[in-house]
Design a protein around this ligand. Structure first.
Ligand SMILES: [Zn+2]
Length: 210
């Protein structure tokens, strides 16, 4: 079974909602396109899951949790590199809300809920705690994940790589992804491809329905 996974389509990541961490190319037209394609997959009978970045207000990935540090600075936390982001997707705020009709989703998986750990991956946080995505995929007998969303170079990338690492086939739809920066996005596409992900240009690709 192929399961659709829509990554982090949330107000704070979009230009449309003037988000605190708006990713380039995420106007209303982008979100509408994601909505339309997701609806098509749903109508074709695919299970549809979503991830939602869901942070406490004092989350460790926020520059405001590190006095004197500026947004986008890189720091070392217990030996891991952590980029410090503007506060975003704080639980129960408008910026954290999913922008896609929630009735399309069979389940929504929260990530980054532990203040001590970031979680670009939809599967597990930096502390190694699993989010529940695996169980949702298993429950639906998933063999292939078709994924897209925000951001190519962070959450899409890590979710794709962790999916491959857990033995799922992974297809990523390029036209439905947006990246924080061009260089890191280019590297992310190469990394996903060499790890075994199938990258298709858009949802018209016949391989999606074979
Ligand atoms: Zn986050």
């Amino acid at each position: 079974m192929e399961t659709i996974l829509v990554v982090d389509i949330q107000g704070d990541f979009t230009e449309w909602k003037k988000g605190s961490l708006a990713v380039p190319g995420t106007g209303e037209d982008y979100v509408q396109e994601v909505l339309q394609i997701t609806r098509r997959f749903k109508e074709a009978g695919h299970p549809v899951l979503a991830t939602q970045d869901w942070h406490p207000a004092d989350h460790i990935s926020f520059h405001t949790s590190h006095p004197g540090k500026k947004p986008f600075a890189a720091v070392s936390l217990e030996g891991r590199e952590q980029i410090l982001w503007p506060p975003h997707c704080v639980q129960h705020t408008a910026g954290a809300a999913l922008l896609i009709d929630p009735s399309l989703f069979d389940a929504v998986v929260h990530k980054g809920t532990d203040r001590r750990y970031d979680s670009y991956s939809g599967f597990e946080d930096d502390g190694g705690v699993w989010t529940g995505l695996d169980q949702e995929l298993e429950k639906r007998n998933t063999t292939r994940i078709i994924l897209y969303g925000i951001a190519t170079d962070y959450c899409v990338r890590f979710t794709a790589l962790h999916g491959l690492g857990r033995g799922y086939a992974v297809t990523v739809i390029e036209s439905l992804c947006r990246g924080v920066a061009p260089e890191t996005s280019t590297r992310a596409w190469e990394e996903m491809k060499s790890a075994g992900a199938v990258i298709v240009r858009d949802a018209g690709d016949t391989r999606l329905f074979s």
